[in-house]
Design a protein around this ligand. Structure first.
Ligand SMILES: C[S@@+](CC[C@H](N)C(=O)[O-])C[C@H]1O[C@@H](n2cnc3c(N)ncnc32)[C@H](O)[C@@H]1O
Length: 273
């Protein structure tokens, strides 16, 4: 897919997903995001950059860890995601975060500004993840750390058929390179190419639990990266994709719900002095 088109699909797709994302994914992603935060080790008073912050599932715990002396710039390509996160910040009185709409490949920050840069489940959507990693490297001070969380291998993510099911009904693939960073050594290699050293990677599995087929479909179609395509489907097409998706995860049915396996990779690195 042409990079500019991919950016538009992501930007407006996540605008559509913004109202469904947190409710659908908060519980499912909690363990992976906690591990990401532990790997990042944010310290009180640090200056932190977050890319692809979404509704702030990682942002708010991160803001708490760096405390009132710390400063967090949280960015995302979707206006509606940034707006939702900003509303929540005001509601809970979180004063050490500034939210900005910004693409990950072109960060509007000066060199060396941050102690820590982190991205939770965002790099898979960026047309050129290497460029986003180079930007993270650029805006870190020498000795600064970068940490990223991505989905793992396609074969270890039980929900992965969502993409071919939707792609069969649209002109171009929705997320053509989604699993490219999840293969063995893929994210580490990209981080090394961007200039990071002292790389550390961990791969782990987690279960996505849905109480019903309806819940599983809501998360997959409304709350995720295919939301723009789904929004344009008519009623019959929606019924058909629901049925195909539930069939694709039927091996994971547990009573009236589903326990779908997912795999994640976290990789961290340091910008050398
Ligand atoms: C799965 S959500 C992750 C949100 C949050 N980081 C979390 O872990 O819950 C993916 C986010 O990536 C953002 N995104 C997609 N492409 C992007 C890009 N090129 N630059 C910045 N953000 C992007 C989307 O708008 C969306 O909010």
């Amino acid at each position: 897919m042409e990079p500019r088109l991919q950016l538009r699909v992501q930007r407006y797709g996540w605008d559509k997903a913004a109202g469904y994302y947190e409710h659908s994914w908060e519980r499912q992603l909690a363990e992976a995001q906690r591990r990401l935060l532990d790997a990042a080790g944010p310290q009180p008073g640090e200056r932190v950059l977050e890319l692809a912050c979404g509704t702030g599932l990682v942002t708010f715990p991160l803001a708490e860890r760096i405390g009132p002396e710390g400063a967090l710039a949280a960015t995302d390509i979707s206006e509606k995601m940034v707006a939702a996160a900003g509303r929540k910040a005001r509601q809970i009185g979180c004063a050490n975060v500034v939210f900005q709409r910004m693409g990950a490949e072109e960060l509007a920050f000066e060199d060396g500004r941050f102690d820590l840069a982190l991205c939770s489940l965002g790099l898979m959507y960026v047309p050129d993840p290497g460029q986003a990693l180079r930007e993270m490297h650029r805006v870190l001070r020498p000795g600064g750390r970068a940490v990223a969380l991505v989905w793992g291998k396609r074969s270890n993510c039980g929900w992965a058929d969502i993409f071919p099911i939707v792609d069969a009904r649209v002109k171009s693939e929705v997320c053509p390179l989604f699993f490219q960073l999840g293969g063995l050594g893929a994210l580490d290699t990209r981080m090394a190419e961007a200039g990071f050293t002292a790389l550390q990677a961990e791969r782990f599995s987690s279960t996505l639990s849905y109480g019903s087929g309806e819940e599983a479909c809501l998360a997959a179609f409304r709350g995720g990266p295919v939301a723009l395509a789904y929004d344009r489907f008519d009623g019959r097409t929606r019924e058909a994709v629901h049925a195909e998706y539930l069939d694709s995860i039927s091996a994971y049915q547990n009573g009236s719900g589903y326990e779908v396996p997912g795999e994640f990779v976290i990789c961290s690195g340091v910008k050398s002095d």
